[in-house]
Design a binder for this molecule. Structure first.
Ligand SMILES: Cc1cc2nc3c(=O)[nH]c(=O)nc-3n(C[C@H](O)[C@H](O)[C@H](O)COP(=O)(O)O)c2cc1C
Length: 174
């Protein structure tokens, strides 16, 4: 019986959270591409960066994650998880990835990351540019909190990472 800490991250914010948990509870934080075999008695804490509602690497590892006795999925995104509307949005999209059955027995934790537009690769930059230009066409009273946030931070460098929020996950593992 063990705890596996796995992460899927493109620019490092999610990785930092996973490494912080590993520093606190011991054991390695492993990139999703190097995930080892999970036994039916194991607990998996899967940290994933949010990209257009999906978590990095989650789909690839679904068959293995289904084996775990306990699954904690930690989402890391730009949207503020203190806003209930954002959490609902994230849950709906991640449930599509996980499937209803696995989702129902998963514990979710939502953390906040950051973005540095200068570091984005061409694909991510283009995706954000398209999203931004779509949002700019929407009347402002129809914009949700996540969408307003995206407009406010577009093109900038912001970091909402708060490593102390990993406490929430530690508490779930006790
Ligand atoms: C193309 C793209 C799509 C994104 N989609 C979302 C999203 O749907 N929801 C969200 O909260 N954040 C979204 N973000 C913000 C990332 O989740 C955020 O930058 C996160 O900290 C990235 O994690 P990483 O540094 O581990 O890759 C997106 C960022 C990019 C570049």
């Amino acid at each position: 019986m063990g705890i596996h800490i796995i992460y899927g991250s493109h620019y490092g914010t999610t990785e930092r959270y996973a490494k912080e948990l590993s520093r606190r509870i011991g054991g390695a934080a492993v990139d999703y591409r190097d995930m080892r075999k999970i036994s039916s008695q194991d607990t998996v804490v899967y940290f994933g960066g949010l990209y257009a509602g999906g978590l990095v690497g989650l789909k690839k590892n679904l068959p293995e994650l289904k084996t775990a006795a306990k699954l904690i999925v930690v989402t890391v995104g730009l949207a503020d998880p203190n806003q209930q509307e954002n959490v609902q949005h994230i849950r709906t999209s991640v449930t599509k990835q996980l499937g209803e059955e696995l989702s129902a027995k998963t514990t979710f934790v939502h953390l906040r990351g950051g973005i540095d537009y200068e570091r984005l690769n061409i694909l991510h930059r283009t995706m954000m540019r398209m999203l931004y230009s779509q949002l700019r066409k929407k009347p402002s009273e129809q914009l949700g909190s996540e969408e307003r946030e995206l407009i406010a931070t577009y093109g900038k460098k912001v970091d909402f990472t708060d490593l102390s929020s990993v406490e929430k996950i530690e508490a779930l593992l006790q």
